[in-house]
Design a protein around this ligand. Structure first.
Ligand SMILES: Cc1cc2nc3c(=O)[nH]c(=O)nc-3n(C[C@H](O)[C@H](O)[C@H](O)COP(=O)(O)OP(=O)(O)OC[C@H]3O[C@@H](n4cnc5c(N)ncnc54)[C@H](O)[C@@H]3O)c2cc1C
Length: 115
């Protein structure tokens, strides 16, 4: 396949993953971002199954796994009534935990060292 010069605007999850996939496929990739440097956003991050699948395909799942904890089930209740307003289980989707709660601050300060 012919190697292409590819520009990607934005170092969000989509741009970063695309840059890695494309550069590993032999293309010359330039990633441009409008912010100066990544900053902690001060919140946790839950990675959905599709995001984890992308990390797995990039060989980054083991490194990500070190930064978080598996979440098998999410339950939300109304603070006043106690009524359940959210209940999502991930067990039926597969044996591997499909969500990770990762500290964004930690992940930004300790960038992944992928293969
Ligand atoms: C408050 C909040 C909480 C969230 N929590 C979660 C969560 O827990 N789990 C989860 O999976 N998702 C979460 N999301 C959603 C998640 O952030 C988005 O799905 C994801 O960031 C989309 O990635 P992206 O790469 O498409 O875009 P973005 O992350 O928006 O990245 C786009 C990048 O492009 C840059 N950019 C834009 N214009 C230009 C330009 N002209 N030149 C150069 N750079 C440019 C921007 O600065 C940005 O860095 C959350 C979103 C919000 C708002």
């Amino acid at each position: 396949m012919k190697s292409l010069d590819i520009a990607i605007a934005g170092a969000g999850p989509g741009g970063l993953a695309a840059a890695l996939f494309l550069s590993r496929a032999g293309h010359r990739v330039r990633l441009v971002e409008r912010f100066d440097r990544p900053q902690p956003v001060g919140s946790g991050l839950m990675l959905q199954p599709t995001g984890l699948a992308a990390l797995q395909a990039l060989g980054l799942y083991p490194a990500m796994r070190q930064l978080g904890a598996p979440i098998d089930r999410l339950v939300g209740t109304d603070a006043k009534s106690g009524r359940t307003v959210l209940e999502v289980g991930y067990g039926p989707l597969g044996a591997r935990p499909l969500y990770l709660g990762a500290k964004v601050e930690q992940s930004v300060r300790r960038p992944f060292s992928g293969p």
